[in-house]
Design a protein around this ligand. Structure first.
Ligand code: 6PG
Length: 260
């Protein structure tokens, strides 16, 4: 499968270009289907994208009342905690676009039993798609990338990487001495579109390793993200892309300026 990698001049350009692409995809899908299922991520680069999507230009461009929001991962905290991925998305985007409660499908990071919260979330996903749904797949998944190669809360050498049947797990992360809820690659890879957003020179090494290095998914979990039938897009700023070699045929790299 071919990755499409778009390299832009700055983190702001990444947010604008990704927002324009996401708006285009949502609108195209909503012509054919009544709702769009979007999976959000935590992290500073996705946050900049949400803030961009919530500005006037995209408020008008997207039928937000037909978008359902899910999360790719959540920390073991309540929805009002400063570390909550739900809270971040709420403040940066959901609050501004006035979505209805039933459009928001958040993970219960505050639960006493996170394993139960993980299986409840899997049930919520199944219930949302309904019994008649064939293959359960999200329309779009947004992801960030950590310096250690993690994405969602799929951290190096953790149990979730070896999960063979569950879609949502409570993953223990030794280096954080904490559990996090995360979707597993089994479900993530069913999506129609998976979009990575990565900026900053501190990510340059890991971006090159994930995209061009040998396959070592237990060390670099982002390498597990490979849509079965969907498309994989990477939006990078110049700093995050500086260690890529641009091997023609495997990646398409463009340096572009988005009008906004
Ligand atoms: C989280 C995530 C995580 C994040 C990356 C990148 O909850 O933190 O979902 O996978 O996207 O760590 O985060 P930054 O963009 O802040 O580096």
């Amino acid at each position: 499968m071919e990755n499409t990698i778009t390299v832009l001049s700055s983190p702001e350009e990444v947010a604008h270009r990704a927002a324009a692409e996401i708006a285009k995809i949502i609108n195209a899908v909503l012509i054919k289907r009544p709702i769009f299922r979007l999976v959000l991520s935590g992290g500073s680069t996705p946050k900049r994208l949400y803030e961009t999507l919530s500005n006037g230009q995209y408020l008008q461009k997207i039928s937000w009342d037909r978008v359902h929001f899910f999360w790719g991962d959540e920390r073991a905290v309540g929805p009002n905690h400063p570390e909550s991925n739900y809270r971040m998305a709420h403040e940066a985007l959901l609050h501004q676009i006035h979505v209805r409660k039933n459009q928001i499908h958040r993970m219960r990071g505050e639960a006493d039993h996170l394993k139960q919260a993980a299986s409840d979330y899997e049930e919520e996903i199944r219930g949302h798609f309904g019994p008649g749904a064939g293959n359960i797949q999200f329309d779009m998944i947004l992801l960030g990338l950590g310096e250690d190669g993690h994405s969602a809360s799929l951290f190096p050498e953790t149990d979730a990487l070896k999960e063979s049947h569950r879609w949502v797990v409570a993953n223990y992360i030794p280096k954080l001495a904490s559990y996090r809820l995360t979707l597993t690659p089994i479900l993530l890879n069913q999506a129609d579109w998976i979009i990575f957003l990565v900026t900053g020179s501190d990510k340059a090494g890991v971006v090159a390793e994930v995209l061009e290095g040998p396959r070592q998914p237990l060390r670099l979990p982002a390498q597990l993200i490979s849509p079965v039938k969907g498309k994989l897009l990477w939006f990078l700023d110049r700093a995050a892309a500086e260690a890529l070699k641009e091997r023609t045929g495997i990646i398409k790299t463009t340096l572009c300026q988005t009008p906004h």
